[in-house]
Design a protein around this ligand. Structure first.
Ligand SMILES: Cc1cc2nc3c(=O)[nH]c(=O)nc-3n(C[C@H](O)[C@H](O)[C@H](O)COP(=O)(O)O)c2cc1C
Length: 185
């Protein structure tokens, strides 16, 4: 059994659907999952987990502000504790997955890649290898709703849909099946 952190930020609900699917899949496979919706002041210890899922919606190419603030706080905390070291030596017993849900209305996945890279850095700085970056389409809500039918990705209304979430479940299973020091415990 792995200790799994499922940390995410969602403003309009798309990323929450993905996080809920991650939690359901990992739990059904017998792992202990802590799901936390990121706020700027959330108390979370990334180093207490074997596997970390870290995800956000994309807003102006970046993760949501509360999650960015949390990442900044965590970076400062781990520097002060000596857990972020020059060269970021690899922790053999931990792995991470980062993901973004995005609309891609203007430039497609290129709008989301900065979010994946941003989120990966807090793990990478701690020496936690990022096994995968997932970029998942998420429809626009609210006043941007019209973008869902006219952007570079075509009509993305209703995404992430059931098929998207089924694929998330398969990818979560794939990560949990990876052979290595974590799962051999
Ligand atoms: C205010 C706002 C800004 C957005 N900016 C971008 C953007 O820069 N690039 C992009 O690909 N999608 C953008 N989107 C679309 C969201 O990334 C997408 O709908 C995502 O799934 C939202 O996640 P959430 O529902 O978990 O908040 C934006 C949506 C909103 C509401």
């Amino acid at each position: 059994m792995m200790r799994v952190l499922n940390l995410y930020f969602s403003s309009t609900g798309n990323t929450k659907k993905v996080a809920d699917q991650i939690a359901a899949t990992a739990t059904s496979l017998g792992h202990q999952v802590d799901t936390i919706r990121a706020t700027a002041h959330a108390e979370v210890d990334l180093l207490a987990y074997d596997l970390i899922f870290l995800g956000s919606g994309v807003y102006e190419w970046l993760p949501g502000k509360p999650l960015r603030t949390l990442c900044s706080r965590l970076r400062q905390k781990y520097v002060a504790q000596g857990e972020i070291k020059p060269g970021a030596p690899c922790r053999q017993d931990k792995i991470g997955v980062v993901y973004a849900t995005y609309g891609g209305g203007h430039t497609g996945v290129n709008e989301a890649i900065p979010t994946g890279k941003y989120l990966g850095q807090i793990l990478d700085h701690l020496g936690i290898p990022v096994m995968a970056e997932w970029y998942l389409v998420g429809e626009y809500h609210g006043k941007w709703r019209g973008f869902s039918a006219m952007g570079r990705l075509g009509d993305i209304s209703g995404r992430p849909n059931d098929e998207d979430l089924r694929q998330v479940a398969e990818m979560v299973k794939g990560i949990l099946q990876v052979q290595g020091p974590v799962v051999s415990r």
